[in-house]
Ligand binder design. Sequence first.
Ligand code: ADP
Length: 269
Amino acid sequence: NDRLHLQLQITRYGNGEQLMLVRDVTHVRQLEQMRKDFVANVSHELRTPLTVIAGYLEPLLDNVEDVNPRWRRPLQQMQQQAERMKNLLDDLLLLARLEASDSLQDKQPVAVEPLLQTIARDARALSGEGNHQILLEADPRLELQGNEAELNSAFSNLVFNAVKYTPAGGEIRIRWWADPAGGHLSVQDTGIGIESRHLARLTERFYRVDASRSASTGGTGLGLAIVKHALIHHHGRLEIASEPGKGSLFTCHFPTAQLATRRELGNAS
Ligand code: ADP
């Protein structure tokens, strides 16, 4: 915290002259850190009272026939909103943890294909009556060095978004493959799409194309910010391509150095 943060900017001119600018950004960094700490602390402190409220609601709604009919609907609404608030706090805490450092301390080989199988299964459950076609093509031998929980958050956010923003009956295609440029994970949907003017800002916290729509789908507005920071930890980057009314393609690119290949599959002995 006592460190001095300096920003260096060098401009080279055609005539060989150079301009060097040094800026002291210590104060800016300290304020940024205070904001992050504040958000993490508030999120943490709000979780306890929320757990208590949700804890009182649960037995009431488990025996809904004992509840005065006039109170059933309001209590259900309260439970839904408590659930939404819990998701929001969980996402805020996760994002605060991800932002706390730019790199991962402890890396393990993560089996991506089984992770995607689970996510695809959960996405089918989320789709429910929506009957989305969810297809998965993943190289089972290809592993990624990193943190499984963070990668799971990133990939599930992309896949669940695809379900949320694709009308019933649409198709969602998940792919995981490698080529000489590195490892790539893509999630393609045939959904509502995104106008190009929004693309650059999508990974900002709470940035939404259509706030009312996101609220009705239960989103927190933090999903893509989480994806971005989890990818930074894995030296990856997110590419977004989309066409309104046609669908979107979100691709995570990872450098070859982050990849590992499992040689013996299903043969532990
Ligand atoms: P939210 O919780 O609102 O979904 P995200 O950070 O996950 O927040 O996404 C930010 C915004 O990007 C969303 O509100 C939505 O407008 C847009 N978006 C994300 N994924 C898709 C997608 N697959 N298709 C269309 N729009 C999307």
